[in-house]
Design a protein around this ligand. Structure first.
Ligand code: ZN
Length: 341
């Protein structure tokens, strides 16, 4: 990564909770602490092992269960029809959920064949349930880890913005009591909260760029204290809310880039995928950032490219205890990579 010039204490304050909401993007300064670890993150070559002849395709989601099994949500032969915005709704024939042993990279099982049309977000909750969103079907699903369907929200193929419809829902965050939040999505501009049974509770947000508004809420995460983090992708920011949707802060600036995905790691740090500036500018930046809960970037790794350890369109991130990071890549990236510290 480029050498960062020390900017003094003021730059650190910029990334604090209190200073961010009113700071324009153009004044963002590099954080002197945003430097790589002396050894940095290193990609694990040859991870995962795929069966002979198997191609992952675009990997839109990745998560980890309580045993460290890596769960991948992939599109197989189907790709987002960029730059078209018209999505097919017929199901992908191949299995779309693949489970890998984290240490060996060996594929353990696969399911989700003939079910999904455009896989998007994947979240594993504390009970090892697997939650996924499908942006072509406008639906959110909850499964057991071996693929038994527990809950379906949204009407298949029917977009909407009421309590029983979504419009391209992107991601799910689950609270310990089983209630959950859905970021919705590519076309709606809101976060919806449901009870653990899937009953609509409330929602917040509308299209815009002011506090509490969204422009493609693309990923959502919840920390142990109940705070909600939304990767507000087209607004190039992370927004922070309390558990009932009150706006707390926004994190925005050149150091943060354009957040596509956000997750809270086991140690309480946030991990954000910066997907670059496309389509407004060439996708010449792609990286993973590690942040404190106050939004201060303390480490980053990765760059745009297609060699090992690089990303084309990094779309999803998952973090294991100890800091091992998994990153899913869409567009022509089409893989999941494992990084160790
Ligand atoms: Zn996406």
């Amino acid at each position: 990564m480029p050498r960062r010039r020390p900017m003094g204490r003021r730059a650190t304050v910029f990334w604090g909770l209190t200073a961010l909401a009113c700071a324009p993007q153009s004044t963002a300064s590099p954080n002197p602490e945003a430097k790589a670890h002396p050894l940095g993150y290193r990609v694990v070559h040859g991870w995962p092992h795929l069966p002979l002849g198997e191609l992952l395709g675009q990997v839109s989601g990745v998560g980890l269960d309580s045993r460290g099994t890596v769960i991948v949500f992939r599109r197989g032969q189907r790709s987002w029809p960029f730059p078209s915005d018209s999505l097919r709704t017929d199901p992908i024939e191949a299995p779309t959920i693949l489970l890998f042993d984290s240490a060996s990279g060996r594929q353990l099982s696969a399911w989700g064949a003939g079910r999904f049309a455009m896989p998007h977000g994947l979240t594993v909750d504390s009970r090892d349930n697997v939650w996924v969103t499908d942006v072509a079907l406008h639906q959110v699903f909850k499964f057991t880890q071996d693929g038994a369907l527990l809950l379906t929200l949204g009407e298949r193929g029917v977009p909407g913005d009421d309590s029983v419809h979504f419009d391209r829902p992107t991601d799910v965050a689950v609270a310990p009591d089983g209630s959950f939040y859905v970021s919705d999505g590519y076309r709606n501009s809101r976060v919806v909260r449901f009870s653990k049974e899937g009953r609509y509770l409330f929602s917040w947000g509308r299209k815009g760029n002011r506090p509490g508004e969204f422009d493609v809420p693309h990923s959502i995460a919840r920390d142990a204290a109940g705070q909600i983090y939304v990767a507000d992708r087209s607004n190039a920011r992370i927004q922070v809310f309390d558990s009932v949707g009150h706006f707390l802060a926004e994190w925005k600036g050149s150091e943060l880039g354009r957040p596509w995905a956000v997750r809270v790691g086991p140690e309480g740090y946030l991990y954000v995928v910066d997907g670059g500036d496309q389509p407004e500018a060439p996708p010449d930046r792609a990286r993973v950032l590690k942040l404190t809960r106050e939004g201060r970037v303390i480490e980053s790794f990765g760059s745009f490219g297609n060699y090992d350890g690089q990303f084309v369109w990094p779309h999803a991130v998952a973090v294991a205890p100890g800091g091992t990071v998994y990153v899913g890549d869409v567009s022509t990236g089409m893989r999941v990579q494992k990084f160790i510290h």
